[in-house]
Design a protein around this ligand. Structure first.
Ligand SMILES: CC(=O)N[C@@H](CC(=O)O)C(=O)O
Ligand SMILES: [Zn+2]
Length: 306
C-alpha cells in the first residue's frame, strides 16, 4: 500500500495566456474561493503567466510550459533572462522547489486546446495513476463522453511543465475551444471536473481507502509534422477523415493529410495508434500536426492517506 499525503493543492490558470477557461475560472476563484475550499485541504488559485494573459497570447518570450528545466530553475537570476524563465523561478519558489519535500502536493494546471479532445487528464508518470483512476471514474460519471488519460512519459517527447513543480502534477486539457475565446460548454466541463477532483481529494484526506484496480491510458508514442516542401513550408492539411477524430483509432493505410494538390497521404506506421492534439493551433510553431498514442492498461495498487 502506497501512502501519500494530499494537503496543499494549487490550481494554475493562464500558463498559456490565450486559453480562456482556466484563466476565467482561476480569476473567479481568486475573488471568491468558496467553490474550491475543501476540509483539510489548502487550495490556492494562481495565474502563472499574467503578462501573457494581459496580452491574450500564449507566451511573451518563451513557452512557460516548457520552461521548468533544471537548467532554467538554477540559472543565476538577472534582467537578461526571458520573462517566462524568471516567472518559472518565482513559481518554483512559491510552489516548489521542484523535487523537494517542501513542494506542493498537487497542482492542477488548466489548459484549453483547439483540438476535439474533450476533457483530458494529462499525467507525467504512471506513479499517480492510482489517484487518477478515481478521478477518471468520477469524470465518467459526470461527462457523457469518455474522459481519456494522456500519459506524457516519453524519453524524448516529455516536456518541463509548470505543474511539474508539484509532487503530483495533473494537467487538465479541455477542448475544442479557439484561442482567446470562452465557450460556455467548455468552461462548464472544466469547472465540473475540477469540482469532482477536489471532492475526491477531500474524501482521500478523510482517510477513505481506495482498492486496487486497473485504468486505461493513452501513452504518448510519437509526434507527426505536416508535410513540407524543401523550404519548410507546409503543403498539406489534416485530412477531413482525421480532423476532430481525437482518440479514435488510426490504422495503417488510413488517410492522414490532404495535400494542397488534392492527393491523400496515408498513415504508414506499424499497428493502430490513437491520435490526439489533432490540428492544435499552438503546435504549428512546434512542427506538430498531431501526437500519436498507444492504449495501455495500467494496474493501480491500493491507496490511502499517509
Ligand atoms: C495546447 C497546449 O497548450 N497543450 C499543453 C499540454 C500540456 O499542458 O501538457 C502544452 O503543450 O503545454
Ligand atoms: Zn495550454
Amino acid at each position: 500500500m502506497e501512502n501519500i499525503s494530499l494537503l496543499r493543492v494549487a490550481i494554475f490558470g493562464g500558463t498559456h495566456g490565450n486559453e480562456m477557461s482556466g484563466i476565467t475560472l482561476v480569476n473567479l476563484w481568486i475573488k471568491n474561493g468558496k467553490e474550491i475550499q475543501r476540509k483539510g485541504v489548502e487550495t490556492k488559485p494562481f495565474i502563472t503567466n499574467p503578462r501573457a494573459v494581459e496580452k491574450c497570447t500564449r507566451y511573451v518570450d518563451t513557452d512557460l510550459n516548457r520552461a521548468f528545466t533544471t537548467e532554467n530553475l538554477s540559472a543565476p537570476s538577472g534582467d537578461d533572462l526571458p520573462y517566462e524563465v524568471k516567472r518559472a523561478q518565482q513559481i518554483n519558489e512559491i510552489f516548489g522547489p521542484k523535487g523537494s519535500p517542501d513542494a506542493y502536493d498537487v497542482i492542477f494546471d488548466l489548459h484549453n486546446t483547439t483540438s476535439n479532445m474533450g476533457c483530458t487528464l494529462i499525467l507525467e508518470s504512471c506513479m499517480f495513476v492510482q489517484l487518477l483512476r478515481r478521478l477518471y471514474v468520477m469524470q465518467k460519471a459526470i461527462a457523457p463522453d469518455s474522459c481519456p488519460v494522456l500519459l506524457t512519459e516519453h524519453p524524448l517527447l516529455k516536456y518541463s511543465t509548470s505543474r511539474s513543480v508539484a509532487k503530483h502534477p495533473i494537467g487538465l486539457e479541455v477542448g475544442p475551444q479557439p484561442q482567446g475565446v470562452l465557450r460556455s460548454n467548455i468552461f462548464e466541463s472544466m469547472r465540473v471536473v475540477l469540482k469532482h477532483a477536489l471532492d475526491f481529494i477531500e474524501l482521500f484526506n478523510e482517510g477513505l481507502e481506495f482498492p486496487p484496480c486497473s485504468v486505461d491510458v493513452f501513452r504518448v508514442w510519437d509526434k507527426m509534422d505536416y508535410p513540407r516542401d524543401t523550404n519548410g513550408n507546409i503543403i498539406a492539411m489534416v485530412h477531413p477523415n482525421l480532423q476532430d477524430c481525437d482518440w479514435e483509432p488510426l490504422n495503417p493505410g488510413d488517410p492522414m493529410f490532404q495535400m494542397f494538390d488534392g492527393t491523400t497521404v496515408r498513415y504508414e506506421g506499424v499497428g493502430t495508434v490513437y491520435p490526439t492534439f489533432i490540428n492544435e493551433a499552438a503546435y504549428y510553431e512546434k512542427q506538430q500536426a498531431f501526437v500519436t498514442t498507444r492504449r495501455e492498461t495500467l494496474v493501480a495498487g491500493a491507496i490511502k492517506k499517509a
